[in-house]
Write a protein that binds this ligand. Structure first.
Ligand SMILES: C[S@@+](CC[C@H](N)C(=O)[O-])C[C@H]1O[C@@H](n2cnc3c(N)ncnc32)[C@H](O)[C@@H]1O
Length: 288
């Protein structure tokens, strides 16, 4: 893992000033402040074991939603604004095809999204000849109510899990998913197979003590993803790292390298605070 990480970082440094783009590095945790469309093309072919991508949903177009019982704007930031269907499609096409190139043949990608983006991403995965393994429904038992009373209350997101090469063998830690402890998940029966509908609440208050990212994913979701689909020494990449949930989950599990790419300094700072706090307080939980 260390050797491969060195190759990856050296490759980036050929075309980029590494000192400028790596904004944080601690052992196997690398954070790049960059546009993924610029940085992904600098990574070597076939070098990443697993990618988790939570791309912009492109839904910040001045609508309203309900938060803590109040009507609030849906706007998350300029990075989440749609530039029209063709432009959004082109954006997703560019990063997904780079992800295909950098994944190892047996490597897998997870993409999360709502209907605003997930069908586009699913279409592109098929166009790029990924082999789709599962689509997971992540049900949020504590989702906010719908204020308009004209549609159903949105209470889930989708996750697509796909392998780069149909003929390779991917990692799936079947037994850990079947026998692990998932007490809060109302759909998981003890010692029965893990199904494709997961009930996980939004991030706990303890995950927001340094502030929160507007679309921060719960650690329980990312831990489940990483435990199920990686092994020790895996290199995990998140091209839209946000508040760093994927990296923090990888650190909690242990023995995995993390490469996060994020365009906004504010979220890089949040990630570093979360990581330092974890390093101070956490004793390793899972060993896969
Ligand atoms: C949906 S959020 C990810 C949230 C993350 N999963 C978490 O749990 O905190 C998407 C993130 O991608 C970042 N972003 C948007 N466009 C980007 C790009 N082209 N390159 C890198 N980061 C980008 C945004 O700043 C935002 O933080």
């Amino acid at each position: 893992m260390e050797e491969l990480l060195n190759i990856i970082i050296k490759d980036i440094s050929k075309t980029n000033n590494v000192a400028e783009s790596i904004v944080y590095q601690d052992k196997e945790f690398y954070l790049f402040k960059s546009n993924s469309l610029d940085l992904l093309p600098q990574l070597p072919d076939n070098c990443i074991d697993m990618i988790f991508a939570d791309p912009p949903y492109m839904l910040s177009n001045d609508g309203v939603t309900c938060y803590a019982g109040k009507m609030v704007s849906v706007n998350k930031g300029d990075w989440d604004k749609s530039s029209g269907f063709d432009s959004d499609f082109n954006f997703h096409q560019r990063w997904i095809s780079e992800c295909k190139r950098i994944l190892k043949p047996e490597g897998t990608i997870w993409i999360s999204g709502t209907y605003h983006s997930i069908y586009i991403c699913g279409f592109i995965l098929q166009k790029e000849a990924f082999h789709i393994l599962n689509d997971i429904t992540w049900y949020k038992p504590n989702a906010a109510p719908n204020l308009s009373r004209t549609v159903f209350a949105a209470s889930h997101e989708n996750l697509i899990w796909a392998r780069k090469d149909k003929n390779s063998r991917h990692v799936f830690n079947y037994e850990l998913m079947k026998s692990g402890s998932f007490n809060e998940d109302i759909f998981k029966n003890e010692k029965k197979q893990m199904r494709s509908v997961w009930a996980i609440n939004s991030p706990k208050p303890s995950e927001k003590i340094f502030g929160k990212h507007p679309t921060q994913k719960p650690l329980d979701l990312l831990k489940r993803i990483i435990i199920s689909s990686t092994k020790e020494k895996s290199i995990i990449l998140d091209p839209f790292s946000g508040g760093g949930t994927t990296g923090i989950a990888a650190q909690e599990i242990g023995n995995r390298a993390y490469i996060g790419i994020e365009i906004e300094q504010e979220y890089i700072d949040l990630t570093v605070k979360r990581l330092k706090h974890l390093q101070k307080n956490f004793s390793l939980g899972y060993q896969v």
